[in-house]
Write a protein of this length. Structure first.
Length: 174
């Protein structure tokens, strides 16, 4: 009987901390979802200050890579192909990115699908399929990855990297 009681006590003592951790993790996921929503809305609203508040610093890693198909299409359009498989920096910083959106005359949006969040409550990885829209035209799409850290001011994006499949021909204007 003692061994049964000991096992029951051990099982219960292990279960409660795990339940608390699961609740904390759900709370962190909700907070990270709020960062994703704020990112999307800052682009739609062309809100530079709101966008910049999402980042740990202005000089985070901000880098994308053209897909092989995009590089091949670009090279095919040239008399002498010169574009190697390469890194795309889209201006190189989150500020340059959002400021270019703020200056644009057409609406800009970014969609987020198949979002996956992995966190231990202090650091997080967000991975999703994205589509960057210029008006109703899909300008580019691919996979995007964010690294986040939890600070006293909340979750902050500390790195962004993405693949970019670019649409070769802009939609015609009617």
């Amino acid at each position: 009987m003692k061994s049964v009681m000991s096992m029951l006590f051990l099982t219960l003592s292990l279960a409660f901390p795990l339940g608390a951790a699961a609740q904390d993790n759900a709370g962190h996921r909700q907070q990270i979802d709020a960062v994703i929503t704020a990112f999307r809305l800052a682009i739609i609203n062309k809100d530079v200050p709101a966008f910049m508040r999402l980042f740990l610093r202005e000089d985070i890693t901000w880098v994308g890579v053209y897909t092989d198909g995009s590089v091949a299409r670009y090279n095919a359009s040239l008399n002498e192909p010169t574009q190697p498989r390469g890194v795309k920096t889209s201006g190189g910083t989150p500020r340059k990115f959002i400021e270019s959106i703020a200056r644009a005359t057409e609406p800009r949006t970014e969609t987020f699908e198949n979002v996956r969040i992995d966190t231990d409550g202090d650091v997080a990885q967000v991975w999703f399929d994205y589509r960057f829209m210029v008006g109703d035209y899909a300008n580019n799409w691919g996979k995007e990855s964010w690294q986040l850290v939890r600070t006293e001011a909340g979750w902050k994006i500390s790195a962004v990297s993405w693949s970019a499949e670019e649409n070769p021909v802009p939609r015609s204007k009617h």
